[in-house]
Every structure is written in C-alpha cells, then in structure tokens.
Design a protein around this ligand. Structure first.
Ligand SMILES: Nc1nc2c(ncn2[C@@H]2O[C@H](COP(=O)(O)OP(=O)(O)OP(=O)(O)O)[C@@H](O)[C@H]2O)c(=O)[nH]1
Ligand SMILES: [Mg+2]
Length: 284
C-alpha cells in the first residue's frame, strides 16, 4: 500500500521487479537510472554479492510528478532471483503497489520463469497481496537472443489476466521505460482511489502525466536507443560495463552506489537515508 505523508504531501509508490535469476531486473533499474535526469531520481543502491548478483535488493527512488498537490515518488526495487534468496524476495514484496515480472525469454529457461511466477504467487499470498488484483506488467526480456519463448506461450502460461506485456532488450534499453510507464499507468489510478478516495472511474494517468515531459530527454529518443554496432552479443566487453546502457550521454553520470551488505540494519539505514532525501520516511 502506497505510503502517504499528508504533512509533506508526498506519496511513495512501491514497484517491485520480480523474476528468475539473471532475467535482467537489475539491468532495468540501471537503465532507468542512466536515462533519467538526476533531478528526477535518487541514487541507485545495489546490494550485491561479490559476483554482482543481487543479494537483497536494488533500490531506485524516482520522482514522478503530482497527484493533486501530492508529490509522487516511485520506489523501484528488484528482488534477488537466485532460488536460495526466497526470504529476501518475500520481504521486498511486502507492501508492493505494483509488480513488473521480468521473464527471461530464452527457451531453456521456460521452467525457471514458471517456477519464479509460482514463487511470486506464493509470496504474494503470504504478504496478503492479491495477485489477481495488484497492478502487474509482464516484461519478456532478452528478445535480442536466439531460441526464444514465443510471446503467445508466455501470455498463455503467465498472463491469465490479459495484462500489458512488453517485449524487451533491457541490456539495450528497449522496453525498459515502456514497462515503467505501463506499471505507472496501472498503479497511479489505484493509489488515487485508495489513498485520496477518488473514484475508480477516473481516467487512467495520461502520457502527459507520466513520465513528466522533462524527466527524460524525450520518449521518442529513448525508443530509438539500440546497441551500437561495436557492442553486439558475443563480442568482448569489459565485464564491469556489461549491464550499462550504451548511449553516449550515460557516460557523464556517476555509477550506481554499490553496497556490500553487513547486516539488515545497514539496509534499513540506507532506505531511511534515501527516503529522507525524497522528503519521505519509511515508517509505515
Ligand atoms: N542478451 C541480453 N542480456 C541481458 C539482457 N538484460 C540483461 N542481460 C544480461 O543478463 C545478466 C543478468 O542481468 P541482471 O540484470 O543482473 O539480472 P537480475 O535479474 O538482476 O539477476 P539476479 O539479481 O541474480 O536476480 C547480465 O549479464 C545482463 O547484462 C537482455 O535484454 N539481453
Ligand atoms: Mg539483480
């Protein structure tokens, strides 16, 4: 449930990127981080293992315009996909307002996707989230690779509610902002209704509302972002640059903050600090 601060007039909407290990969840956040103007986003905090796999979660707070006179912030979080981090996934899901399910489109990973979605169903149940109601968007990622799961198969097996789905190449940015936009379009009306008591019949947030025009350079420009010829799949790149989007303007910004986690307290302190920066408090 979105956090609302009636004094500072802030609303925080929590969106969780969920999916199997290595499906590209962190890559989504990294791309969003690199594409948004610094004025519209906080730090990208990545809690990683030594091998750059997500350990607890990644967090990226972004500012996203107004609902009435309330400032809206999205807190984008990723779960760690590796099977043994089930407890982390469960706790990251807590209080989610929306979910982007990032599936890995590679054919041999069909079972991993289905298992992850089953896990999502289970964890939602435990967190009192109704997976049949919560805003949910499917991102079928890694469409740049060969041997793909057909979109129809994904939709038949996962997308029973006939929800928005986006074919993506997160590594090149394709589909990343579209997915964010879709989940924003689904979550904002629900938050409006639940938090501000506005009727559900209210039209969904329009393209003009989110993202604000000045938030990204231009959406059209973003849609055109593709990997330059020198960075096609299979070619050697420096490993630490592997997940970074390749557009030239991204080089000017600072890299994400990487935190090697010592304890749960460290994590809570980080969230508190970032929330304060955005005029929020994480006390619910
Ligand atoms: N070819 C290709 N590779 C991708 C794409 N998106 C992500 N990757 C790569 O897949 C690998 C895993 O990406 P991550 O974003 O770290 O995956 P994750 O889902 O956060 O993984 P966990 O944190 O372990 O759950 C990285 O090497 C990415 O560069 C894509 O669209 N195409
Ligand atoms: Mg990750």
């Amino acid at each position: 449930m979105a956090y609302v601060n009636y004094v500072t007039k802030n609303i925080a909407i929590k969106v969780v990127y969920y999916g199997p290990g290595l499906s590209g969840k962190t890559t989504n956040l990294r791309y969003i981080y690199y594409k948004l103007e610094p004025a519209y986003r906080g730090e990208l905090v990545c809690l990683e293992t030594e091998t750059e796999r997500t350990f607890f979660f990644d967090l990226l707070p972004i500012k996203a315009g107004l609902i009435k006179d309330f400032k809206v912030h999205f807190q984008l979080l990723t779960v760690p996909g590796q099977v043994f981090y089930e407890a982390s996934r469960k706790s990251v899901l807590k209080g989610a307002d929306g979910i982007v399910f990032v599936a890995d489109s590679q054919l041999p990973l069909l079972d991993a996707n289905l298992e992850s979605f089953d896990g999502l169903r289970r964890n939602c149940l435990e967190q009192n989230i109704d997976l049949n109601q919560i805003p949910l968007v499917f991102q079928y990622n890694k469409r740049d690779l060969p041997n793909l799961i057909p979109v129809e198969t994904f939709n038949r097996l996962l997308n029973h509610r006939n929800l928005p789905y986006i074919e993506a190449e997160a590594i090149n940015g394709r589909g990343v902002l579209e997915s964010l936009k879709e989940i924003a379009r689904l979550t904002v009306p629900v938050v409006r209704q639940r938090v501000l008591g506005e009727p559900e019949t209210r039209p969904e947030v329009s393209d003009q509302d989110f993202p604000p025009a000045e938030m990204v350079s231009t959406l059209n420009e973003i849609k055109k972002v593709t990997a330059p010829a020198g960075q096609k799949k299979g070619e050697k790149k420096r490993p630490e640059k592997k997940t970074e989007p390749s557009s030239p303007e991204t080089k000017a910004v600072f890299p994400p903050t990487k935190i090697k986690v010592q304890s749960i307290e460290d994590i809570e302190q980080e969230i508190e600090r970032l929330s304060k920066e955005f005029g929020l408090s994480n006390k619910k």
